[in-house]
Each structure stands twice: as structure tokens, then as C-alpha cells.
Design a protein around this ligand. Structure first.
Ligand code: CTP
Ligand code: CA
Length: 219
């Protein structure tokens, strides 16, 4: 009935995925960042596209190839990531995998900071916008909002609290106390209003496929 291509489970759905770290400039040559590789977010974007979704991938600086059939936007800062996410609405779901920098430099030096007798000058920080929490309160909030929680201790407890605090439907919690960041495997817990589901340690590609599958069930 639909020609040669079968209708896929996420056909007609638009899903926004954030991935990677953000870079927050200090001066023209220096920035604050974190160890996120972007691998898990890219894998999720690819898995959702494979199920037929239209995927908008908003990524911080990473060294990864764009998955097939994914529309990619490259950004640097949390502020740019936020603007790009909101410009991409409406969406049926958003999966916030990015490790967004919580703080940015309060003042960005126009010229490269130089060593001098008074150094080091204290670095003043201010809070970045919380993209997930802001989207959760927005009238255009996607029907399904999925957050990630990278924790190094009390993984499930912190993630349960985070889900409520940020207004996400699901939180995918992972233990980053090992070498998860940049590595290829991930042990995650899926937290929803139904409770906590702990998955075995899986390659990031498998975590992505399972999560995409669950999103397809939900939408
Ligand atoms: N997130 C976001 N914008 C931010 C910070 C986080 O959208 N400024 C999203 C992340 O993409 C992730 C979720 O919120 O989906 C949780 O991020 P995390 O850093 O674990 O939570 P925080 O609320 O920042 O708490 P903390 O870092 O103190 O644990
Ligand atoms: Ca954070």
C-alpha cells in the first residue's frame, strides 16, 4: 500500500537528540569542557533514524561521522545547543544525551589571557541554561522527554531524584565511574514512572537500539 518501502515504526515522527560535550570559551584559545565522546548520542540518533524517525541531532564538538539519514547541527556552547534545540521544535520526542557544561565563564576575554605577576586570575563561573528542565516546562514540550544521568555514585537514587527535579519522563542513568566516557560499553538503568529497569552491560550500539525500540513502543 505504501509502495516498495514498508512503513517503519517511527515513520512520521520527529525526534531531537542532543549529544557530545559543550565547549564554553574562556578566551579565544581556551575553553571548559568534559570527557563526553558523543558516541552514545550518535548511536541513539542512528538507531531512531533506522526505525524511520526524522532525527535532528544537535551535537557539541565531537570526532564522529554523522549516522545515515540524520540531520546534524554542530554547536559549541550550551547556549547555542539550547537555541538550536528550541528552533527545531515541534518534536514528538527529545532525547538529551549531551553532557552540557553546567557552568560557563562569566567573562570571556576578547584577547588571549597572558601570564603576569598577579596570575592566576580567578575564573568566575555562572550557570548555563538547563536545556532539559527548560524544555520540560515549555508549552511545546515533546510528548516524550528522555534525559540521561551520568553519575559516579548512588547512580539510581540520584537519577530518580533527577527525573522528578527536571520533569523528564524517562531518565537513562549510567555509571561513569569507570571508563564509560569514550568507551564502547554502557551499563544503564531506565527510570520511568513505572520504576527502575536495570539493563546488563551492553555495547553503546545495543543500548541505542533498545532505547529506540522502547521509544517506538511509547510513540
Ligand atoms: N542537561 C541539559 N542542560 C544542562 C545540563 C544537563 O539539558 N545545562 C541534560 C543532560 O543532557 C541530561 C540531563 O540533563 O539529559 C542530566 O544531566 P546531568 O548533568 O546528569 O544533570 P544535572 O541536572 O546537570 O545535575 P549534576 O550535573 O549536578 O549531576
Ligand atoms: Ca550536569
Amino acid at each position: 500500500a505504501l509502495g516498495t518501502t514498508a512503513r517503519k515504526r517511527l515513520s512520521g515522527r520527529h525526534i531531537i537528540v542532543t549529544a557530545g560535550p559543550t565547549h564554553e570559551p574562556i578566551d579565544p584559545v581556551r575553553y571548559i569542557a568534559n570527557r563526553s565522546s558523543g558516541k552514545q548520542g550518535f548511536a541513539i540518533a542512528g538507531a531512531l533514524a533506522t526505525l524511520g524517525a526524522r532525527v535532528t541531532l544537535v551535537t557539541g564538538p565531537v570526532d564522529l561521522a554523522t549516522p545515515a539519514n540524520v540531520e546534524r547541527y554542530d554547536v559549541e556552547t550550551a547556549r547555542e545547543m539550547s537555541e538550536t534545540v528550541f528552533a527545531a521544535l515541534p518534536a514528538d520526542a527529545a532525547v538529551m544525551v549531551a553532557a552540557v557544561a553546567d557552568w560557563r565563564a562569566a567573562d570571556i576575554a576578547v584577547q588571549k589571557l597572558k601570564k603576569n605577576d598577579a596570575d592566576p586570575a580567578p575564573l568566575r563561573l555562572e550557570r548555563n541554561i538547563d536545556i532539559l528542565a527548560t524544555l520540560a516546562r515549555d508549552p511545546r514540550r515533546p510528548r516524550l522527554l528522555v534525559g540521561f544521568a551520568a553519575e559516579t555514585e548512588q547512580v539510581v537514587d540520584h537519577a530518580i531524584a533527577k527525573r522528578l527535579r527536571k520533569g523528564a519522563d524517562w531518565i537513562v542513568a549510567n555509571d561513569v565511574s569507570g571508563d564509560v566516557m569514550g568507551g564502547d560499553a554502557n551499563r544503564v538503568h531506565l527510570i520511568s514512572d513505572a520504576g527502575v529497569e536495570s539493563w546488563e552491560s551492553l555495547p553503546k550500539s545495543e543500548v541505542a537500539q533498545r532505547l529506540a525500540d522502547r521509544i517506538a513502543d511509547e510513540l
